[in-house]
Ligand binder design. Structure first.
Ligand SMILES: [Fe+2]
Ligand SMILES: [Fe+2]
Length: 472
């Protein structure tokens, strides 16, 4: 039995018996999933210093405590309603937002919620072995914070499914626990969420680039005419910010350590000889996760995206900053690739909405890479990390099946096969990373050799705080 009090919420759970019953049915399956597919080896004997959202105001949202992971209080929170909120784009522009799901958009909305919901448990599954290879207790705690919040995001989507989509929604909620990342028969819906994350460089790149895709998707859903979806995703965005902080600072700290080791070794020294992570390896992982995450934005020309926009289901990031919210006649200049050459052509803007969101995403990523490059600059190195061209290594959209160098130059298939490990992690790279992560660091204040300590601890605790402690 669960009680409404066990689930921190601002959706009046104790007054909604039907919803409470549905969650009572789902919750034990969720906990079983968490035990089977969540952090391996950190279920019963470890207490983790995590942030639990107990309300949506600034104090409630920064509530820290030690908990055993399966006992984390996964809550259900919607951002406060905006009084008299109106539909901000598309064919219903200016009308009041919806508090219920209109029958004609039920399937489309369900698909959006399920697709978003599927990514949340998937990432927990992908990251489940990382605790056994962690570079410090500080990082271990951050990993688990991200994991429990992805679990909470799953709860958020399951709340919507149970509340607004009837029987179908209940079935969807069960299936969210049945698909598994990387499973041959029942994989997760989106490819980036089926890729293994077995080392911490992958983890940091994932939280930098793939969680940032989460940010762009959540921003576009927070514009939705379906008000409960908008309010749910708005609150999820506050948590997403921490995930990207973990990724960006994680890579920054690896870079910093790499710079220190390069200096020690003499500028041209081989950093791997000193147990660090060399710049080419960092660049390859950047290429990998950026290109996988660019795919998550979908096809460049998409009638689904057009219809989501027309119906007000999914908008653009920061819709209020655009002048034209109807977008009935605007066009987008898109680069097609025909017979080995780029050809510019106009596409109706509504059909290009995936690309519009991708533009926002690429810009946000580029700013992050610039911040990383300042570290190289500070250490006096002329090397720079670069975001690959968006055509590079694509599996979805019009560049899928074609081949490009990271700078966007086209390549033949044979050339690609011959050279791809110049740009993407090879098996030898993965083996090297696993070799330096084989021994986890569990001593407070100690850090693995390949990563610099953070500037400060979590919640004003010292860096050598015992962020994860063993019971007894
Ligand atoms: Fe999430
Ligand atoms: Fe996230």
């Amino acid at each position: 039995m669960i009680s409404a009090e066990r689930i921190p919420n601002n959706v009046n759970l104790s007054g909604n018996k039907r919803l409470l019953r549905a969650l009572e049915h789902w919750q034990p399956k969720y906990i079983q999933w968490w035990r089977d597919m969540g952090p391996q080896g950190f279920q019963d004997y470890h207490q983790v210093y995590v942030r639990t959202a107990v309300s949506v105001d600034p104090e409630g949202w920064a509530h820290f405590e030690y908990v055993k992971l399966p006992e984390y209080r996964w809550g259900i929170f919607l951002a406060d309603p905006t009084p008299d909120r109106r539909i901000g784009f598309g064919d219903f522009f200016g009308q009041p937002v919806w508090q219920e799901v209109p029958g004609e958009f039920r399937n489309q909305l369900r698909r959006l919620v399920v697709t978003q919901g599927d990514t949340e448990p998937a990432s927990v599954e992908q990251q489940r072995w990382l605790g056994q290879r962690c570079p410090s207790l500080y990082d271990l705690r951050n990993l688990f914070q991200v994991n429990v919040e992805e679990g909470r995001h799953l709860w958020a989507m399951v709340y919507l499914l149970h509340s607004y989509f009837g029987r179908d929604g209940r079935d969807d909620a069960e299936e969210l626990l049945e698909r598994q990342s990387g499973n041959r028969d029942k994989p997760r819906i989106l490819q980036a969420f089926n890729e293994p994350i077995d080392n911490w460089l992958d983890f940091f790149m994932f939280t930098m680039f793939t969680d940032r895709d989460g940010k762009s998707q959540l921003m576009s859903l927070s514009e939705s005419s379906l008000d409960p979806l908008s309010r749910t995703t708005r609150f999820m965005l506050t948590e997403e910010a921490h995930h990207m902080f973990v990724g960006e600072t994680g890579v920054a700290r690896i870079l910093e350590r790499t710079c220190q080791l390069m200096k020690e070794a003499g500028f041209s020294g081989d950093v791997r000889k000193l147990g660090g992570i060399d710049l080419p390896t960092i660049q390859k992982h950047l290429n990998q996760w950026f290109s996988l995450s660019v795919d998550l934005h979908g096809s460049e020309v998409s009638s689904n995206a057009a219809s989501y926009f027309a119906n007000g289901l999914k908008g653009r990031a920061k819709e209020e900053t655009f002048d034209d919210h109807l977008v009935t006649s605007a066009v987008y200049n898109m680069e097609f690739f025909e017979e080995g050459r780029p050809v510019g052509r106009e596409v109706s803007m509504r059909n290009a909405m995936n690309e519009v969101l991708r533009d926002w995403y690429v810009g946000d990523c580029a700013a992050g890479v610039e911040r990383w490059n300042r570290i190289l600059e500070q250490y006096g190195f002329s090397d720079r990390l670069r975001l690959p061209d968006r055509k590079f290594n694509r599996g979805i959209g019009m560049y899928a099946g074609l081949h490009f160098e990271p700078n966007g130059a086209p390549l033949s298939r044979q050339e690609w096969e011959r050279r791809k490990y110049e740009w993407l992690p090879s098996r030898a790279d993965s083996e090297y990373l696993l070799s330096i992560m084989a021994r986890p660091v569990y001593e407070p204040g100690k850090f693995a050799n390949y990563i610099a300590p953070p500037r400060r601890g979590i919640n004003q605790q010292p860096i050598d705080f015992e962020y994860v402690r063993t019971e007894h």
